[in-house]
Design a protein around this ligand. Structure first.
Ligand SMILES: [Zn+2]
Ligand SMILES: [Zn+2]
Length: 404
């Protein structure tokens, strides 16, 4: 049986997240807000999921570039593996720095910085937009002549390392602080205190920041604030992904002339007016069902959904080669709907009920297609009743979820 063993990364990283949580509790550090962690992991699940469908094309893209434009004919050797790792880290530094300095790129990277906690779950805050953007930067590597197989292997290691630097449980690491990006350095990168803004872009090696003037040491007497300088006031899964794209579109619509529109797209994030978001939030994030208080019942409901989404993701990656694209797509859509649902439930959005109906439709879709007639009929009747009597079912649904 041909299994994709990379699926085990899901439970292994979850285990590390739990260990870090336990250590933080023992150290008496309040570094884990439940809803923040749920929101972080949701974004990570979506990225892993969408990566399943696009990562193959990244490999093909690298191979195409190497075979058609590769400057040097590179064969794997110890020296060249090390050189590739250093080149990858160097390209990462510039990708990351420009992602903070150019609006269009920041729109993809901003999601990583929205969390106001800093712990291992934040390392999951990566989006597929970032993966696409990074691939653009990393295309320099096959153009140099590095084979796609070498690049993919190095990116696996390079991609796993930053997981471990998103923590407040580890202090400074002595001599390692001079060479590697450590948790201390990366805390500075995630801090929104004025003195820490736009610092420490490195991924594995800290030398690039020291070389290009963006290095900042973590001071013991500064209390760190994490997250955006203007924090998001929502856990909406969709809004977290798209708010800055929407802000840019809004600003571009208001600006006059091509020059000023382009200036918004390629300018710096500091120059986007902060009232754009407030206006858009008034349009897109309307009122909630009841009071915004979230009880233990709701937390349990969301936690169960997250657990099911994680298990489904694990199974989907593991069995990737045995599932048709249609099956993969149905499971992927179900997981994405579940993530949107979790964010919306925490926000107590009015449309959660309707999203649930859509989710049940999607879940029953394979049944309708592949199984016998009686089940299809039962499914259709159930859904018709739920849609025909929304008030009745919605009231019960709200009571079940919110306990009110
Ligand atoms: Zn960053
Ligand atoms: Zn980070």
């Amino acid at each position: 049986m041909h299994l994709n063993w990379l699926a085990w990364a899901v439970p292994v990283f979850c285990l590390f997240m739990y260990i870090e949580y336990a250590v933080a509790r023992r150290q008496g550090k309040g570094t884990h807000g439940l809803h923040n962690s749920i929101s972080n992991v949701s974004i990570g699940i979506a990225e892993r999921l969408l990566d399943l469908f696009v990562v193959g094309s990244f490999f093909t893209f690298y191979r195409y570039l190497e075979q058609n434009f590769g400057v040097f004919d590179i064969k794997p050797s110890l020296l060249l593996w090390v050189l590739l790792f250093i080149c990858t880290d160097f390209v990462w530094y510039w990708y990351h720095r420009l992602a903070h300095e150019i609006n269009l790129f920041w729109a993809a990277h901003v999601v990583h910085h929205q969390s106001e906690d800093l712990n291992y779950t934040v390392s999951a805050r990566i989006t597929v937009f970032q993966a696409v953007l990074r691939t653009g930067f990393w295309s320099l590597l096959p153009i140099l002549g590095f084979p796609a197989e070498m690049i993919s292997t190095v990116l696996l290691v390079h991609g796993a390392y930053p997981f471990f630097i998103h923590t407040q449980t580890i202090g400074k690491l002595g001599i390692l602080e001079y060479i590697f990006v450590t948790p201390s350095h990366h805390r500075v990168h995630h801090a929104s205190n004025d003195e820490y803004l736009d610092k420490n872009y490195g991924d594995v090696l800290i030398i690039w920041d020291k070389l290009f003037g963006t290095f900042k040491r973590e001071e013991d007497d500064v209390e760190m604030q994490f997250g955006l300088t203007h924090p998001l006031r929502t856990r909406s899964f969709l809004w977290q992904h798209f708010h800055f794209f929407a802000e840019l579109l809004y600003e571009m619509r208001v600006a006059t002339g091509v020059r000023s529109k382009l200036k918004i797209l390629f300018g710096r994030p500091q120059h986007v007016r902060s009232d754009a978001r407030a206006r858009l939030e008034r349009i897109f994030l309307k009122s909630s069902v009841q009071s915004p208080e979230v009880g233990a019942r709701l937390n349990r409901y969301v936690l169960w959904q997250m657990a099911i989404a994680l298990i489904s993701l694990f199974a989907l990656i593991l069995l990737e080669h045995h599932l048709s694209v249609t099956h993969q797509a149905v499971v992927a859509i179900l997981i994405i709907l579940t993530l949107i649902n979790c964010g919306a439930i925490l926000e107590q959005r009015r449309w959660v009920y309707y999203l649930e109906v859509v989710r049940i439709h999607v879940a029953l879709l394979p049944t309708m297609i592949y199984l016998s007639n009686p089940l299809t009929i039962v499914a259709v009747i159930c859904l018709t009743i739920m849609l025909a009597l929304p008030a009745y079912f919605r009231k019960r649904y709200d009571r079940f979820v919110y306990g009110a």
